[in-house]
Design a protein around this ligand. Structure first.
Ligand code: SF4
Ligand code: ZN
Length: 314
């Protein structure tokens, strides 16, 4: 199979396009698409400080690499990593994150649960004294979102770039659909969350139109150091089932993932125009939007006797 652009040996076939690419032409395609996504969605403006959530996995390391390549002359880029305190996992991914930041000469800040909350994620079941297993990803996700936002504010970042790819996005669309969660469903996209809120640094997803496997190939052919380690607590069964279902559809009908995203994007103007009434109000403790008196983060913090809302990480 030959590259449809340069006639060299192809390493990857984009079935829905009916084209094949060699490593260097695929890299070019990926970079072009990322720049287009950023431009069309106004994700990065000249002069803005961009925080990049850097886990050390393929998506976040590739994101840092590409943002550095194209925006380091016009923007200050700072990498932020979170150390949840997960034995046998996070150390390895953090090593790759440190290595890449060092090679690129990017400022890299690491925030740990232990330092901020006084506990590692691994210690939570013991602290709660619960015999049954906790839902690791719920606790971890709430803590991580909290720290990332606080960290981005502490460094005066204008945007917080995250490595979510097209596969993640399509899984998110379906999972919120399956759960009937209209409020989260309407907050997906290249600029997720509540746009314009001063409490949150705007998240941006420059990879939301890039397939996961293309990011993996890009990272490998460009020699980006990343970790393949899997979290021992990963138990997102619904996400895994949803991903399998979508991958099967993509295999049978190439281009399905793009079609789902396109459909979602067409739906978006109607969602904001109609403004879905979900009885959203502000958390009485921290002000975060919630449908309850206190938001999920505050409820979890409360169980651990922590009240760190609005604590600065500087
Ligand atoms: Fe945290 Fe779950 Fe991710 Fe592990 S898999 S790092 S517990 S969110
Ligand atoms: Zn709250």
């Amino acid at each position: 199979m030959k590259c449809s652009k340069c006639n060299n040996k192809a390493i990857y076939e984009r079935k829905w396009e009916g084209r094949a690419y060699c490593g260097s032409c695929l890299s070019e395609q990926v970079e072009r698409k990322v720049k287009q996504t950023i431009r069309e969605n106004n994700l990065i403006e000249k002069g803005e400080i961009i925080a990049v959530g850097l886990s050390g996995g393929k998506d976040s390391t590739t994101l840092l690499y590409i943002l550095h390549k194209y925006f380091s002359k016009t923007n200050q880029i700072i990498a932020i990593s979170i150390d949840e305190g997960i034995e046998g996992y996070r150390n390895e991914t953090l090593e790759r994150a440190k290595k890449l930041a060092c090679v690129l000469g990017i400022e890299h800040k690491i925030f740990s649960y232990k330092k901020i909350f006084g506990i590692n994620l691994d210690e939570i079941p013991e602290i709660l004294g619960e015999k049954q297993k906790i839902n690791w990803c719920t606790w971890c996700g709430v803590f991580r979102r909290y720290i990332l936002n606080q960290a981005a504010k502490a460094i005066n970042a204008d945007k917080l770039a995250v490595g979510h790819n097209l596969d993640d996005e399509v899984q998110g669309i379906f999972m919120n659909f399956f759960k009937g969660d209209l409020s989260r469903f309407q907050r997906l996209g290249a600029k997720p969350g509540i746009i314009g809120s001063k409490k949150f640094v705007q998240r941006i997803k420059p990879f939301f139109e890039i397939l996961e496997k293309e990011i993996l190939i890009y990272a490998m052919i460009n020699g980006i150091p990343f970790s393949n380690a899997e979290c021992p607590h990963s138990e997102e069964i619904m996400r895994r089932t949803t991903a399998e279902m979508i991958n099967k559809l993509e295999f049978e009908y190439p281009g399905t993932k793009f079609q789902i995203l396109n459909f979602y994007e067409k739906l978006r103007p109607f969602m904001t125009a109609v403004e879905i009434k979900e009885n959203i109000r502000s958390c009485e403790n921290c002000g975060e939007p919630t449908s309850r008196t206190n938001c999920m983060a505050c409820e979890l913090f409360d169980k651990l006797n922590l009240n760190l809302i609005e604590k600065s990480l500087q």
